[in-house]
Design a protein around this ligand. Structure first.
Ligand code: SF4
Length: 245
């Protein structure tokens, strides 16, 4: 994106903060009100540490970010900390600390997965070991839906699950989405239809690699896309026939 925004920095901070949730949850001993305050305090301490180091972790992304933007992003995240702490504690009281930990504690962070067979590669935020299954988890920094997960998040988890299957040679039936800004973790059961759609996407990617450009789809992303010039030259406008398929 040409202009770095406070919103963008906010999502970087939230993602880093989410990586600290397992340690913070692990440090909890019970679920009374005082513990929520302790969790919030630990989150605030962690946020301070992350703000001190964020430019070392994401130097490229934060190049040229003004101190004012950094300050705005930090106070926006600070405002979420109480809700995050409260929701993490509710999850502990509902499911137990060990169950929550097995959903969020990574065995690997940001692993790069690739499958020749499906024709896709991907990087989950982490792999977690839940009930002796290695499953993918993605950290999201936006809002969460009332129930379940957003459709795009479901598809992303399905694709990552298929890549994990290739890597570990074992069926993956579900994954997790962490709506980190709120401290909410949702389990996603992967359906056959999700897998079907991923294979379809894989085939479309293969066609592009073989030189067949898809119909251009105008979206808000086009405005800042690095490929727009090339895309405008190569892509055909949406054909009448493609509207039916
Ligand atoms: S310009 Fe082309 S490649 Fe870029 S987002 Fe738009 S449709 Fe996709």
């Amino acid at each position: 994106m040409p202009d770095i925004s406070s919103r963008y920095i906010e999502s970087l901070l939230i993602k880093e903060l989410a990586f600290a949730y397992p340690d913070i949850v692990n440090a909890c001993s019970s679920n009374d009100v005082d513990v929520v305050e302790g969790v919030v305090e630990n989150l605030e301490t962690e946020l301070c540490r992350i703000c001190d180091n964020i430019e070392l972790i994401h130097p490229g992304e934060l190049e040229g970010a003004s101190p004012e933007l950094m300050k705005d992003a930090r106070s926006a995240v600070s405002e979420c900390v109480k809700e995050i702490g409260t929701n993490l504690m509710s999850a502990i009281s509902e499911h137990g600390k060990n169950e929550l930990l097995s959903c969020i504690d990574p065995v690997k962070t940001d692993p790069i997965l690739y499958s020749e067979r499906i024709g896709l590669s991907g990087m989950p935020s982490k792999l977690v070991c839940h009930a002796e299954n290695v499953v993918p988890s993605v950290i999201k920094t936006g809002k969460y839906p009332e129930n379940g997960v957003w459709n795009n998040d479901r598809l992303q988890i399905a694709a990552l699950a298929m890549l994990v299957e290739e890597e570990y040679g074992k069926t993956v039936k579900y994954g997790f989405v962490e709506y980190a800004k709120y401290g909410i973790v949702r389990k996603v059961i992967i359906r056959a239809n999700d897998r079907r759609q991923i294979l379809k996407i894989g085939n479309r990617v293969k066609k592009i690699k073989d030189g067949t450009m898809p119909d251009k789809k105008e979206s808000t992303l086009c405005e800042h896309c690095n490929y727009s010039e090339m895309c405008n030259k190569c892509s055909t406008k949406v054909s009448l026939a493609s509207r039916f398929f």
